[in-house]
Design a protein around this ligand. Structure first.
Ligand code: HEC
Ligand code: HEC
Ligand code: HEC
Ligand code: HEC
Ligand code: HEC
Length: 217
């Protein structure tokens, strides 16, 4: 995603968040200046990648789980991207001469990571954690959409503050059992576990989820 957010906004917002009452005035000014116009442009962003990697083929087609490649989701703030050797466990034998896999072979030869272009990118003054969500009943699908149907990866949710808050105010309908976190096309009605029961199971405390410091620290 291109940097649509002006750099200086980052420091202004963090300054404002630490600046108490005076800060609140700045915050409002920043919010008005930046407005919400910049936000919507992020939805359905589909950057061009050095290799046309298809989740559709690798997830739906081959049945690979998200965690086969995104190993950080349960234990880290970052989901992470797979190292080249993960691709090579198969592609050292499969499609070894394909032109489109040349950057993968070069990456291995030079021992440099493939330069994937970021699809999702929050501004620096926000804090986000995969671990906090994935271990508390929020599935990949709720924030990334039907990745298993994407021939090229794109952003499907707005990732605005309002969007984060709308779930933080009322997470119940978005929760699923822990064995369904990476499932695509999950239908809560089929499982029939009421949201409030899952809320209890994960011991989620809603009261601090809408506080500024949860996401701006
Ligand atoms: C075989 C490895 C592999 C598997 C399995 C896989 N991914 Fe990926 N994923 C990648 C690679 C490589 C990229 C970077 C290229 C791209 O964006 O398409 C990526 C990118 C992404 C991105 C975008 C990251 C960004 O830049 O913001 C998301 C979201 C994502 N994957 C989610 C998933 C989900 C959800 C699943 C399971 C349903 C999954 N992936 C399964 C390899 C994989
Ligand atoms: C478990 C084995 C396996 C792994 C791991 C794997 N691939 Fe593949 N890949 C395949 C197979 C099989 C095909 C052929 C799929 C088809 O044609 O349906 C393929 C096809 C492709 C293609 C051709 C376009 C397409 O999707 O059909 C690209 C590009 C590709 N893989 C890139 C990657 C990259 C990059 C990685 C590492 C992030 C990776 N693959 C990891 C098995 C794998
Ligand atoms: C609550 C929403 C949410 C959930 C649930 C979620 N993600 Fe993300 N994901 C995000 C956001 C937001 C970003 C961008 C983070 C940033 O810019 O700092 C992101 C970024 C990524 C990236 C890019 C690399 C990185 O670590 O920043 C990958 C890959 C990814 N997610 C995969 C997954 C997978 C796989 C799952 C499920 C196991 C998952 N995500 C669950 C919201 C979510
Ligand atoms: C679909 C629902 C959903 C969405 C969307 C969502 N969250 Fe969350 N988030 C949760 C739930 C549920 C928890 C509670 C986990 C817990 O109890 O610790 C949580 C927890 C967190 C935490 C950890 C709080 C703590 O005290 O450890 C952070 C930080 C966070 N979310 C940031 C974000 C940001 C930033 C976004 C938007 C980019 C976002 N979330 C979008 C459901 C969501
Ligand atoms: C659940 C997470 C979350 C909480 C809680 C939260 N924010 Fe945000 N905030 C975000 C995200 C994510 C962005 C970046 C949105 C974007 O880039 O579109 C953001 C952006 C902002 C901005 C930049 C202007 C704008 O509108 O995008 C300001 C100012 C801000 N937040 C202030 C606050 C204040 C004040 C609070 C407490 C009342 C708060 N935030 C609570 C997630 C959160």
């Amino acid at each position: 995603m291109p940097q649509i957010f002006p750099r200086r906004a980052n420091s202004l917002v963090s300054m404002a968040l630490w600046g108490g009452a005076f800060g609140v005035v700045i915050l409002i000014l920043v919010a008005i200046t930046i407005g919400s116009s910049a936000h919507d442009t992020g939805v359905f962003t589909t950057p061009e990648q050095p290799v046309p990697f298809s989740h559709e083929h690798h997830v739906s087609g081959l049945g690979l789980d998200c965690q086969y490649c995104h190993t950080g989701v349960e234990k880290s703030d970052f989901a992470g991207l797979p190292p080249t050797y993960t691709c090579m466990t198969c592609h050292s034998q499969l499609w070894t001469n394909a032109e489109m896999l040349e950057p993968v072979r070069q990456s291995l030869k030079r021992d440099e990571p493939i330069e994937w272009v970021r699809v999702h990118d929050l501004p620096d003054f926000t804090y986000f954690s995969h671990r906090a969500h994935v271990n508390n009943g929020v599935g990949c699908e709720s924030c990334h959409g039907r990745v298993d149907e994407m021939p090229i990866t794109s952003q499907r949710k707005p990732l605005t503050m309002q969007w984060c808050l709308s779930c933080h105010r009322n997470p119940e309908p978005n929760l699923r059992p822990s064995d369904k976190i990476t499932t695509m096309g999950y239908d809560p009605a089929k499982d029939g576990i009421p949201g409030h029961e899952l809320l209890e199971r994960y011991a989620i405390r809603k009261d601090n989820l809408t506080e500024c410091v949860t996401c701006h620290r």
